[in-house]
Design a protein around this ligand. Structure first.
Ligand SMILES: *Cc1c(COP(=O)(O)O)cnc(C)c1O
Length: 358
């Protein structure tokens, strides 16, 4: 690769690379471990079979039916015109950066946060500025306002609940970012469905805020990471702007029909969310028994720390058949809340490592 005439700003960059290892208990990419309901699987099969006959034609470029279903799922009075969908929220974010970022422009995020925000920024030629968090990985309205005023970014990324720390943001932090910038504010709510009761969504802030965008995904709570379907809600003008950069027919007919079939099963799919949240809370409750601590989580994962050496702990868990995520944060690891059995395997491995087994 080093011999190729690639863009100078990409020389030395590394691709996104969560290990895809063949391990019994994979708790490293925040997927929903629960199998999809069999009625959903057969509905998708029927929808795909029906659509297959029409694959000689391009898909609906506007994905209008799917966007209408997504708007209904989101509620908050959102219309089809305010919702946009693409192949994963990563593509949604890429489209936002293509239209609002790019060469000579910058995006501000608050590390540690979702690793794809800087990677997609770099891919679109957008400079990424690493903002700072307070103790305990918190963000405050005053801290965010000061950093937005200092860096004057064209886009501000706020991830709520934040990956990898897990905590959702109070709305006043989002409002502070919005009021301090003339640029776009993107709230990545990939884990919104897992938030603790009473946690408000940034969707409630959309009315009268034309530069605010909320992104969501079917990869996490919906358990459909393999489908590749993400979406945004914003002012209609944002959707119009994204059309300037989206590839024509970016969302295949098969993706559109499969996503629509899945949305008709939303209540059944979301039942697994409660089960996952219970396992998350179980992890949080059990960690202190092994001398470990955690960060408050509104997501389907827990950031845990307090071990002498995180890399050693990662390997020790892997040696016991449990794959967690080293997010590159010294002293911390991230574990996905999976099924009850997977969580038990993780906790048993911790007990074994701590010498408390049996
Ligand atoms: C997993 C994740 C996503 C999902 O991306 P998709 O492309 O929709 O699969 C988005 N944002 C955050 C913060 C995530 O952790």
């Amino acid at each position: 690769m080093t011999d190729l005439p690639i863009r100078p700003d990409l020389v030395g960059a590394s691709p996104y690379g969560a290990p895809q290892l063949d391990v019994a208990v994979r708790l490293n990419t925040n997927e929903n471990s629960h199998p999809l309901p069999s009625e959903l699987v057969s509905d998708i099969a029927v929808a795909v079979a029906t659509a297959a006959a029409g694959l000689n034609r391009y898909p609906d470029r506007e994905a209008a039916a799917l966007r209408s279903d997504l708007a209904r799922y989101l509620g908050h009075g959102l219309s089809t015109a305010q919702v946009w969908a693409a192949n994963g929220s990563n593509e949604v974010i890429q489209q936002l950066l293509q239209v609002f970022g790019g060469t000579g422009r910058s995006a501000l995020g608050f590390t540690p946060t979702y690793s794809m925000h800087p990677i997609i920024s770099s891919g679109t030629g957008t400079a990424f500025v690493d903002g700072r968090r307070e103790a305990g990985f918190a963000l405050t309205a005053a801290g965010v306002r000061a950093q937005v005023e200092q860096h004057r970014p064209d886009l501000v990324f706020l991830c709520s609940p934040n990956n990898p720390t897990g905590t959702a943001l109070p709305l006043d932090v989002i409002q502070a970012a919005y009021d301090a910038t003339a640029g776009m504010v993107i709230v990545d709510e990939a884990y919104a469905e897992f938030a603790r009761p009473g946690t408000p969504s940034a969707l409630t802030l959309l009315p009268s805020r034309p530069r605010l965008v909320v992104t969501r995904t079917m990869s996490k709570a919906f358990g459909m990471a393999g489908l590749r379907l993400g979406y945004l809600a914003a002012d209609q003008a944002v959707v119009d702007a994204v059309r300037l950069v989206r590839l024509p027919y970016h969302l295949s007919t098969l993706t559109q029909v499969a996503a629509r079939a899945a949305l008709t099963h939303a209540p059944a799919l979301l039942e697994t969310v409660a089960a996952v949240m219970a396992q998350r809370d179980r992890i949080v409750a059990e960690l202190p028994a092994y001398g470990l601590t955690s960060v408050p989580s509104d997501a389907n994962f827990v950031l845990f720390g307090g071990m002498p050496d995180a890399k050693e702990m990662w390997q020790a868990l892997l040696d016991r058949g449990v794959l967690v995520r080293d997010v590159g944060l010294p002293g911390w690891l991230r574990v996905t809340a999976g099924t009850e059995t997977e969580t038990s395997a993780f906790l048993a491995a911790l007990a074994d490592i701590a010498g408390l087994a049996g």
